[in-house]
Write a protein that binds this ligand. Structure first.
Ligand SMILES: C[S@@+](CC[C@H](N)C(=O)[O-])C[C@H]1O[C@@H](n2cnc3c(N)ncnc32)[C@H](O)[C@@H]1O
Length: 238
């Protein structure tokens, strides 16, 4: 969303400190990051050795490089951590070494992130200073479509039903403050209930990541928003 809009001032945040750290390195040290990514080996033994290293024990660039390497070579590109916050996804069964980065794309994103404030924060803390006229977009862990599809563990604390309710309360509060708000989530009766009074658009979103191959591809998703659609447009689409 940020890269599509590229507003002059932006703040991006996530509760996952490793993810925010990685974006900081992409923004500030793209050349060193690519150099480090080029040094990785491909294979399960190397993967499990790197996975076992605590990110805090590595230097800043190596820590970001480890996250990207694990993300690209793990099973189905999943991100899941155990109760202690340790990444625990097994090695992926790739025939050939997956490409860890696209040089042109990484440099373009690095450039696009210049001047952006990146913070590790919970969604409610991240928007505590949002005011009238600000545009706020939330891409939270999705409400599970079924009881078994409950993958929401991006951080050590999984995103519960109570978290979905708290997020909806925050969104209603931002609406009251005069912010323009958009939220992506799964299209379930529960989510439609939490955001009653908002505008809805059902979308088919492309999902490349799912533990079940059959669930990859286009899946139904809900865009929840509180503004006239013409207010927010991606650059070049006017
Ligand atoms: C569907 S993913 C969004 C990923 C991100 N928009 C992107 O494109 O890379 C959900 C994100 O919510 C984050 N998250 C989980 N609980 C959170 C919380 N309480 N506050 C803020 N972010 C949270 C996760 O770490 C995860 O990165």
């Amino acid at each position: 969303m940020y890269l599509a809009l590229q507003p002059p001032v932006a703040k991006l945040s996530d509760l996952n400190g490793d993810l925010i750290h990685c974006w900081e390195i992409v923004r500030d040290h793209p050349a060193a990051l690519m150099k480090s990514l080029d040094k990785h080996e491909f294979g399960s033994e190397y993967y499990y050795r790197l996975r076992a290293i605590q990110p805090e024990a590595l230097g800043p660039v190596e820590r970001a490089s480890r996250l990207i390497y694990l993300n690209k070579t793990c099973y189905n590109g999943l991100y899941r951590v155990n109760r202690d916050g340790r990444f625990n996804v097994p090695f992926g069964s790739y025939e050939r070494p997956p490409r860890l980065y696209d040089r042109h794309n990484l440099l373009r994103i690095s450039e696009g992130l210049h001047g952006v404030e990146l913070t590790r924060a919970s969604f409610d803390d991240a928007v505590s200073d949002a005011h009238d006229g600000d545009f706020v977009y939330f891409d939270p862990p999705y409400h599970p479509l079924s009881k078994t599809a409950n993958f929401t563990s991006y951080t050590e604390d999984s995103f519960s039903k109570r978290d979905q309710e708290k997020l909806a309360d925050t969104v209603h509060e931002l609406h009251g403050r005069g912010c323009l708000v958009a939220v992506s989530n799964s299209d379930t009766p529960e989510i439609r209930r939490l955001y009653r009074g908002f505008r809805f658009q059902a979308l088919l979103a492309t999902r490349a990541i799912n533990s079940k191959g059959s669930r990859r591809g286009k899946i139904p998703e809900l865009l929840i928003y509180n503004y006239e659609r013409r207010v927010v447009r991606a650059k070049g689409t006017e």
